[in-house]
Design a protein. Structure first.
Length: 473
């Protein structure tokens, strides 16, 4: 009879930890032995919480999409479900055409459900509104098999709505540009809704709306690092190692895998789950699966940074009455967007201070990479002077650089994934999961992790029951 399954998880970010958790807490008779290897000095990847103005603020992801079942289940099992907090319902702004303009409600990734709020917001001119309204009478246009978001929407909605509403929304989520991102892979909800539809506007009006059951996005008082801490505690039965970089993965004659670490030690595993960025996975699979490695290496990444700035309330002339603002790429500004954290989250409210989370960097804009921290802060502050009337320099700042952080689901992404999946069938026991594949953000990673853990357990169950010593009993 086979010994207990040993699974090696490469990468200790949210994908690795969520996968390890699911493996350890699966409803199976013989839970696998799990070893998680993180090359860096800490677990958690981009989940990081810093203290600014005495407040715990997230320098990586600061919210979690809870409408996905795997996310709700995880929060419930970790005892965090009743502790989450939704953002202020006040909505956000778009900083464009020289002013902060209200982001219209009831939009899906920037695709408007109603046209009149666009006019009253000042986001578009009356001519821009008329052009958007032409969507109702424009004929269908044949699309490529894998259209960009621009190909899907610009023709229907016109330049103004597309440039000042759709594109900035994508910048906030993907740090990408709509003329390069695959609609099918980056916004599958929009693609499935609009594929074959003649009118975007009429389709949005007719779409079935599920009743809201609490906020879609939530945070945790104390920061998202509380999710990390709970996951680590729940993985106490695993061998969690930091400072352990994997240098190679090789398959032995028995179909198991030798995982070599940078200290020269070798681990033998039945399954290896790679949760690193795609470019690191490409290096690890270069010998085992060269076709998959080439496809992995072709997945592009964008460099981003988050900068926290604290001001006294009397230093900011404008009321921070919403959650923040997005900035359209067409305006050419340095900022991608800002969250007004002390207005957005109730647990961060402060009597005398405001804390602003500024985001810079997106596809096609790498200006911040050549800047020092002080230069970056100065450039952001200059724009905040124009946007919200910030008077003096911030009294406290925290700069977090995230180079090669955001995977881009550019045109051909689905084909790349199909190539990878096909190549991995030749090496059963090697699995990939993470933001580079089928969902960015914490929720996407958690959902993929649950599916990956199930696939690993199912493979072991199938292999065990094929063993003649087991079936003969």
């Amino acid at each position: 009879m086979r010994s207990t399954q040993h699974v090696v998880v490469v990468g200790g970010g949210i994908s690795g930890l969520a996968t390890a958790y699911r493996l350890l807490h699966a409803a199976v008779d013989d839970a696998p032995r799990v070893t998680l290897l993180e090359a860096g000095p800490r677990l958690g990847g981009k989940i990081a919480t810093a203290t600014v103005a005495g407040l715990p603020v997230d320098t990586g992801p600061d919210s979690l999409l809870v409408r996905m079942p795997a996310v709700r289940t995880l929060l419930d099992e970790l005892g965090l479900a009743d502790q989450v907090e939704g953002p202020s319902p006040a909505g956000a702004y778009v900083w464009t055409r020289g002013a902060l303009r209200p982001l219209p409600p009831a939009s899906l990734f920037g695709v408007p459900e109603k046209l009149l709020p666009l006019l009253t917001s000042g986001l578009v001119t009356p001519l821009g509104l008329l052009r958007a309204g032409a969507d109702i009478v424009l004929p269908r246009r044949e699309l490529p098999a894998d259209p960009t978001i621009a190909e899907l929407l610009r023709y229907r909605l016109g330049d103004q709505v597309f440039d000042r509403l759709v594109d900035p929304m994508l910048g906030g989520v993907h740090a990408g540009r709509a003329d390069r991102l695959s609609a099918r892979s980056a916004v599958p909800e929009v693609m499935s809704l609009l594929e074959g539809a003649r009118s975007v506007y009429l389709t949005m009006r007719r779409r079935e709306k599920k009743p809201a059951n609490g906020p879609a996005l939530v945070s945790l008082p104390g920061g998202m690092s509380r999710l990390l801490d709970a996951l680590v505690a729940a993985c106490a039965d695993a061998d969690l190692r930091t400072g352990s970089a994997v240098t190679s993965i090789r398959r032995d004659d028995d179909g198991r895998y030798d995982v070599t670490l940078d200290d020269g030690s070798v681990l033998s595993a039945d399954d290896v789950i790679i949760t690193t960025p795609a470019y690191t996975a490409a290096t690890l699979l270069a010998d085992l699966a060269p076709t998959a490695a080439l496809a992995l290496a072709s997945i592009e990444y964008v460099d981003v940074a988050t900068v926290m700035l604290s001001y006294r309330k009397d230093q900011v002339r404008r009321s921070l009455d919403r959650t923040g603002f997005l900035v359209p790429p067409v305006d050419g500004r340095f900022l991608v967007g800002c969250s007004w954290l002390t207005s957005k989250w109730g647990h961060l409210a402060h009597d005398t201070r405001v804390v602003i989370r500024a985001m810079v960097g997106r596809d096609g804009d790498r200006r911040w990479l050549a800047m020092t921290d002080d230069e970056m802060v100065s450039a952001i502050h200059t724009e905040l002077v124009s946007a919200i009337g910030a008077a003096d320099a911030p009294s406290e700042v925290h700069v977090q650089r995230w180079p090669a952080a955001m995977p881009q689901y550019t045109v051909g992404h689905a084909d790349r994934l199909a190539t990878i999946d096909s190549a991995l069938t030749a090496i059963p026991g090697i699995h990939l999961t993470g933001a580079a594949y089928r969902g960015v953000g914490l929720a996407g990673c958690i959902s993929q992790a649950a599916r990956t853990a199930t696939a690993v357990l199912d493979r072991h169950d199938s292999t065990t029951h094929d063993d003649p010593f087991v079936t003969a009993r």
